[in-house]
Design a protein around this ligand. Structure first.
Ligand SMILES: C[S@@+](CC[C@H](N)C(=O)[O-])C[C@H]1O[C@@H](n2cnc3c(N)ncnc32)[C@H](O)[C@@H]1O
Length: 211
């Protein structure tokens, strides 16, 4: 009986130890992504139209959907059919009316021009081949209304986390991509340990010249 208990105790200790070491090796995304704070800093209003470019499995999508409410709209875009399907399944399962799933191409978001109050792209640009990045960002900028905003969140090149070590895009290159697309850097948030978080504005339309 005592031997059985000792074995059980040993088993529990091994399991706890394994669990602890796994947790230390890979801190959960929640611990560094600060999702609620990031969504708060997008300053979304009820009724806004937002694109979540490269939404993946919807880590941000459903939080963005809550922020814009029933009168708002989230366009969740993806090049991966599988990822988009998982978002679409959740949309259908939970009867979420304000999320539209958009199957996009690498440099074509399939979004209409001048329709978005904001576009958000998190941890996507480093996945896009360098040769395609400028065209993608220009296409995103085209979809934003004059006066609207564009947010980029992506790895810092020196982030002490194991992901995407060989394809991180320097902050200055991210800024250049947006500037070349006609956007202006107007804010930067510094609280994300592993990522840069940049906000760009699309200049408001100039009043028509009546002369
Ligand atoms: C690391 S995941 C990030 C997903 C999500 N944005 C997040 O923060 O959890 C990168 C996603 O970008 C998608 N992706 C890569 N290139 C893309 C492109 N040109 N347009 C749209 N999505 C793209 C990939 O299919 C993948 O689902």
């Amino acid at each position: 009986m005592k031997i059985v208990n000792a074995r059980r105790l040993f088993g529990v200790l091994v399991a706890v130890g394994l669990c602890a070491s796994l947790c230390m090796a890979a801190p959960s995304r929640e611990s560094w992504q600060h999702r609620d704070r990031v969504v708060g800093d997008l300053n979304l209003q009820a009724g806004d139209s937002i694109a979540d470019i490269g939404c993946g499995s919807g880590y941000f999508t459903f939080h963005l959907a809550k922020a814009v409410g029933n009168t708002g709209k989230i366009y969740a875009t993806e090049i991966s059919e599988k990822a988009l399907k998982s978002v679409a399944n959740r949309v259908a399962r939970d009867k979420i009316a304000n999320v539209a799933c958009v199957q996009s191409d690498p440099t074509d978001t399939k979004l209409k021009a001048d329709t978005l109050d904001a576009a958000f792209i998190c941890n996507v640009l480093h996945h896009v081949p360098a040769s395609a990045r400028a065209a993608l960002v220009k296409d995103i900028a085209k979809a934003i209304k004059p006066g609207g905003v564009f947010f980029i969140v992506d790895w810092r090149v020196d982030a002490k986390i194991k992901y995407d070590l060989n394809r991180r895009v320097p902050r200055d290159d991210l800024i250049k991509l947006a500037k070349d697309a006609g956007l202006e850097l107007d804010a930067e948030f510094f609280y994300l340990t592993h990522q840069v978080f940049l906000r760009f504005a699309k200049p408001a339309a100039k009043p028509a010249d009546k002369s």
